[in-house]
Structure formats: structure tokens, C-alpha cells
Design a binder for this molecule. Sequence first.
Ligand code: ATP
Ligand code: MG
Length: 877
Amino acid sequence: MKNLPSKEIRETFLKFFESKGHKVVESSSLIPADDPTLLFTTAGMVQFKPYFLREKTPLFTRATSVQKCLRAGGKASDLENVGKTPRHHTFFEMLGNFSFGDYFKREAIKFAWEFITEVVQIDKNNLYVSIYKNDDESFEIWNKEIGVSADRIIRLGEKDNFWGPPGDEGPCGPCSEIYIDLRDRLGYNKEECKSLEDCDGFLEFWNLVFMQYHQDRNGNRKELEFKGIDTGMGLERLAMILQNKKSVYETDIFEPIIRKICESTSKKYEGENVIPMNVIADHTRAITFVGAEGVYPSNEGRGYVIRRILRRALRYAGKIGINEPIIYKVIDGVVESMGSIYPEIVSKKESVKKVIKVEEERYFSTVNRGIQYLSGVIEKIKDMKLNTLPGEEVFKLYDSMGVPIDLVEDICNDEGISIEWSKFNELMEEQKKRGKISWKSTDQLDLTLITKNIDQTKYVGDQHYEYESNITSLFRYSNGKVEKVNSLEEGELGIIVVEETPFYGEGGGQVGDIGIIISDENVAIVNDTKKSNDVYLHMVKIDKGNFSIGAKVKLSVDYDRKKSIARHHTSTHLLHAALRKVLGDHVAQSGSLVEPNRLRFDFSHYSSLSESEIESIENEVNEVILKNVEVIKSLMNKKDAISSGALAFFGDKYGDVVRVVEIPGFSKELCGGTHVNRTGDIGMFKIVKEESVASGIRRITAVAGKALLNYFKEREKIIESLSTKLSTPPNEIINRIESLMNKVKELEQRKAASKQVSKEEVISSLSDIGGIKVTFSVFNDADMNQLGGIIDTIRNEINDVVIMLISKGNENISFICGTNIDKLDLKNVINQLSGLGIRGGGRKDFIRGGIAKDSDLEKIKHEFLKIVSLSLSKYDR
Ligand code: ATP
Ligand code: MG
């Protein structure tokens, strides 16, 4: 036996088959090119499928390759086997030779035998083969021609030794596998381990598939006209055999990878560490190779398979005590081992490492805690000699620990534990019902009634986003009713009132703040804040623990959201001022809404705004934003404020002391709302809609700051996808659409103008030539399918007809021709006319085709009639 390094095994294999007239073909991608049914390339034959199905004609009839394969996810998954057997990988390389209608069984068997016994010199005395149960032909070849004794040829059934068809129908055939007896090496007891049928002491390493039949949908098999050969031998398995190893993971291919794992973990490759390290090594290879082809962990399709592989690798890392990112480091080992053969993993190394590291970090920050918990539970279950994980535990993992259900499923599968789905589903249902309780119906509450006789709240939100205060009143909200209470419990909806708050209460068009209120371990989520009689009402759901009157609490406003609201509020003032400047002083505010994502402003004006007016308004506002003017807020006596020119919105009531918001030189308004400190904080401003809401009242919707950035991003995405769909650069999209619209219009006009041809019309055009009825008719822009239908009907109704129908369009001339005269060969007729610019294809009684644009139709007609009558007179009809 030749102890060859893997690099030489690849070369020797390809060279051997090259010397037997095979073309050496590069490995194709792991992502099958035109096969959406297949997640990954699972065998060498995948790239040659069209040749076997005879959808394409190959330029060569013998090929050989070393193919990258992945068997994970989908039907042909070996994911679960990795770590359990010494011979399975997810990613592996398959050595193969192929014949497309060239050689068949005899040569395939002879080539294989020559390679393994003479080239790499495996001892014949250790080899066994299997064949399909009634494939006597293979038996004869193995036994008589190769000389393998009958007791070493095992007949196996459909499941092991019959391949295909790949779908409901197609090529299929028997296989013959080659095994090596490794019982001594792997330590199997020969008394117990007698046959390759039931013992892993015999290792299958090469499978020869004979594509012999075509199977139809009903399972009937017929010998193929072009028979094929497809063989596959795992490089790692051959390396294991030749390098005298006990598992594929001990070969030279894995040495640098395992070494890297040992280095990065400071653990040894021995004892209980061996299996987890094998799994990590295998999975890192798969992740590296698939990543190099641009597939990264995600939630669907191929990306999802990769995510599961990565998580499985990290679970096994946990088994050797590693609970931090590791796989991205092991990628270096994969590249060291295989980079010289596969340059793509070298060039993509850094980006794959980056993505994988981030994915690993995410795993450890969210999922790992849950997994450790689950391992504990599984241990207990096993201690109690049970084998089902209770639904409550699954729910807890999912609901409060954030572990994805499929991961729980994967782990349980690996551990041989089933899941109590019924209970889990029940708990999910309950949770859905609970989730429906929320603060949406608050609008109907009579706030003035609730806040009667309650102390006012002091608003500190202009200076603070976080503030400590004491609870002064509590209300519980249930079944549409509000009642005063002394405490609120976990899961309840209610209202919290405090002495001082940074939460803005809805008012002046500005929406209320949201955020959280906490005291020690207790948490309330603030869904909205209202205001009535100067009492601020925090509409909450108690998320955790409970709250009682008098408790000291910390109130925290959702800062980002409040910032966005402030940008829109200051923008509203600038918009108001710009409207008055561009449209005139008659513009008065009649309503407004200020939200984190947009603002809406209603105002009096008699007509819709023109494009240029809108643009001027936008420009005015953006000018002030760019000037970065300070926004000054001050308290003033109401009379003084109004006489100094501050705008007041007469829908609101004001006290004697009012707050004035001034943007010097541009705007001055009475306003209690939240504003930015300088206009530059707004970033940018844009009007996205202008419409009428009532007679004499217009409404503008506008967006500012981050919300506007998102708005632009979305628009950009639309443009990008338009550009891809239309295969046109963005600046030409409009031209392209215009030309498409013109085309549609033209087609519609042509269609309207094109005449419906009637059967009667064609029949009446038939003339009798020597006992047969012939026509040669030309129409403008006729529908070819309709003409075909007419020919079919007439052929069934009238004997001995020859019908030639021509449709003349602007661009081209098409024809369709049919007959029911057996002796007449239309193909022949049309061929004879080819000199006149006519070409067609079809059957001898039915032909379609085209006629060159400036051909002489009269001449064609003349010749056509002549050839038809001549060729018919040759026959005795
Ligand atoms: P097994 O029964 O061991 O899973 P298989 O019957 O699935 O093998 P084939 O589909 O016939 O294997 O693939 C052809 C050859 O490819 C096998 O003989 C083996 O050498 C190799 N091979 C198949 N699956 C794997 C795998 N998961 N890892 C490594 N090599 C494999
Ligand atoms: Mg298999």
C-alpha cells in the first residue's frame, strides 16, 4: 500500500484517469448552478447532470474531477453522523470518473480495480465488493474477469445499491461499492463482525453507479440508449486507508486544523476531547468553504444550514469547556491545510472570519446561557431515566431565555430526548392571549375625571431624560374601567403618577413620551404619557414585580425617540414661518401632530401648493437648519409675549406666564413642547406630502433628521431594485420606462388593428389543383396560434388540403403550413424554397417558420404551388 499525502492522492487520481482518456474538469461550486431543488452540491455528478439527462451534449464523453461536496441540510444530510462515525463529514472532497454514453460497467470496474490495487496498491486480500441483488452482469465481471472470489461479492438491495432516478422519473441504475476490511485496525471482534452488511469494521470507500435504465412516472424501467457511469470516492476515506489511520480526522488533511484547535483552546487531542474536536474541525471546514462562496449564517435556506452547523460546532466546543468564540480562529487551520488547493478560501479568509466571529459573539451573548440551562435539565431527565423534555421547560427556554426552538430540537435530537410539544403549544396559546392586553383603549378614558383632586406634576423633561421621584397615585385599568389602587401587580395595566417627571405628556400636537419606570427589581413599561389638569399620567404595563404608593422610582424616557420628536417639533415652527414667508401672512396654523417619524401641519390657505412653492419652503427651512441658529426657550408674561410678535395658536389655552420658543430672526411662538438646542440638530428637512383636509385648509406631512435618512434609504433601495429589474443605470430608468410604455402602446394598437382571421375565409380561398385543395393566403399581423388552430380544424373537416397561411408584420413575416395528405412532405417543400428566403421547422405535415423581410411573396407563392402540384403528381394518390 502506498502511504500518500492527500495532495498526491488528488494528483494521482486525476492523472490516472487522464491517462485513460478522461478530461480533467475543475470542481464546480458548492452552490449548484441551475438546480434550485438542491441546497448544496452533494456529489461529483451534480455538475454533469445535464449530460446524464441528455439536456446538453457534452464536448467530451469521459471526465474526471475532485469535487467539493457538502452533505448537510436537505435530504442527503450527514450532519448528525459527524462525531458519531469515524467516516462521515459534512464537507468532503469526492474523487470521481464519469462516462456519458461512452464506456460502461466493464471498464468502470476495471479502472477502479486497477487504480486501487495497482496504482495505490491496496492489498487485494482486504477488499470486498457489493452489487445490486440481481445485477448478474456485474457479478460476472467482478468474479470472472477481475478474479474476486464469489464469497467476497455481496448482493445488496434497492436501498444500498440502486441509484436514482433523481426525481419522479429519469435515469437510474444499479451500483457496485468497494469496501476494505479494517476490522483489525479499528479493533472489531471478528466473531461478532462478520460481514460488511451489518458491521462498520468494513469501510465503504468507492461507489460505482451504472446508469442503465430510464424510469418513467409509473416505475417502469427501460434500457437507456446512452448509458452512463458516475463514480464517487471520498478523498478523506482513501487518505485514511492509505495513511494507516483509524479515522478520517487523523489524516494529514486534518492535522493543521486539529493543531489549530489545540492551540486556540490549550487542550489536547485525546480522550473525551477527540469527538468534540473532530466535530469542530469538520464544521469549521464546511463554514469556511461555504463562506468563501458568499453564504453566511442567516435565517433561511443555505444560510440557515450554516447557522445550524455553526451552533452545533459551538455546542461541541462547550463540551470541552470552551464558551467563547473559537471557530473564527480555527478557520486559519482550514486555510493552512487546503488553501493551496482552493485559492477562494485564502482570498475570502478575512471576511469569513469577521462574519463568523460576530455570529459566535451573538451566540454566546444570547443563546449560550439557555443552552447551559438546558444541559442541566437534560442531565436531570437522564438521571431519572426519563426521555422527554417537559413543554414548560421548552417554553421557558424560548420565552424568557431567547433560545430558538429549532436549537432546542437539535440538542434534544442529539441527546435522544423527545419534546412534549402538546404542552408547549398550549403555553404558547396562553401567552398569545396574555400578549393582547395592552394600552390601546386609553383614548376613551375620561382623564379630567381621573385627575380631579390630584396634586399637579412638575415637568422636568427640558433638563432631564432620567429623574428620581415618588409615586403619589396609582390606578388599575381592567375591563375598560379605571380604579384608584394602592399597588399595581406584575402583568397589570395601570397609571402611575409621580411628583416630578421627565416624561412629556401628550399636548400641543406633540405625542407623549415612552420609556420605563423602575424601582429596585420592579419594572413598569411606559406605553404613553398623557396630561390633564397638569397631572402627568404614565400609562404603564407592569413588566416585573409591583409598585406601591410612596415608592421611590427612577423614570427613564426613551431618549432617541424624544430626540426625534424634538427635531420634528422645531421643524414644525420653521415650517410655519417658511409658509408665511413664501405663501403670505394669511397662513395660520389650524392643527399639528409631532411624532418621532414625521410631522403633520394643517394651515389655512386657499389652493394647493405648486412644486416650486414646496421647493422654496423646503429651501427656507433647510437654510435655517444649516445656519445652526440657537433655539431659545424662555418664560414670559403672556401680554408681553404676544405684543413682541410671538405667534399663538388660538386653539390652545394659555396661562398668564407662557413659554416662548424663539429661533431669532425666523420664528417666535408660544409653545410648551420639546425642542432641539440649535437648528443644526435637525439635520435636514423634507416635505413628503401636500393635500387638502377641508375647504381652505391644507395639510403638509414632512420628515426630518434620522427619519428622513431612513426615508432616503428606502427610496434608494427602490431605485436600485428598479435599476436591476430594468437592467438600466439609475439615470436612465425614466427613458427606459418611457420606451417600454411606448412599446406597450404600439403593441396594443397593433393588436387592435390586427384582423381576426376566420376559418370560412380560409376555406373559401382554397382552390382545386388536380383534385387537391390548396391555398396560399397572406394576412396582416395575424395571430399565429389562431392560424395554426384554423389549419387543424380544416385538416379534420376537408380531405386532401394543403394550407399555407402567412402573417405579415412590421418587422417580420411568419408562416404556418399544414396538410393532411400523407404522401406530401412539407419539410421537403419548404427546403426547396429556401433560396427564396423562407425557413421553417416542424413535422412533415405541419411546419412553422419565417420569411425574410424583403422576399418576393408572389414568387414564393408561384413556386410553392408548383412544387406542391409536382410532388403530388409523382405519387399515385
Ligand atoms: P455512507 O453509507 O458511508 O454514508 P454513502 O453510501 O452515503 O456512504 P455515496 O453517496 O455512495 O456514499 O458516496 C460515494 C462516496 O463518497 C462514498 O463511498 C464515500 O467514500 C464518500 N462519502 C459519502 N458520504 C460521505 C461523507 N459524509 N463524508 C465523507 N465521505 C463521504
Ligand atoms: Mg451516506
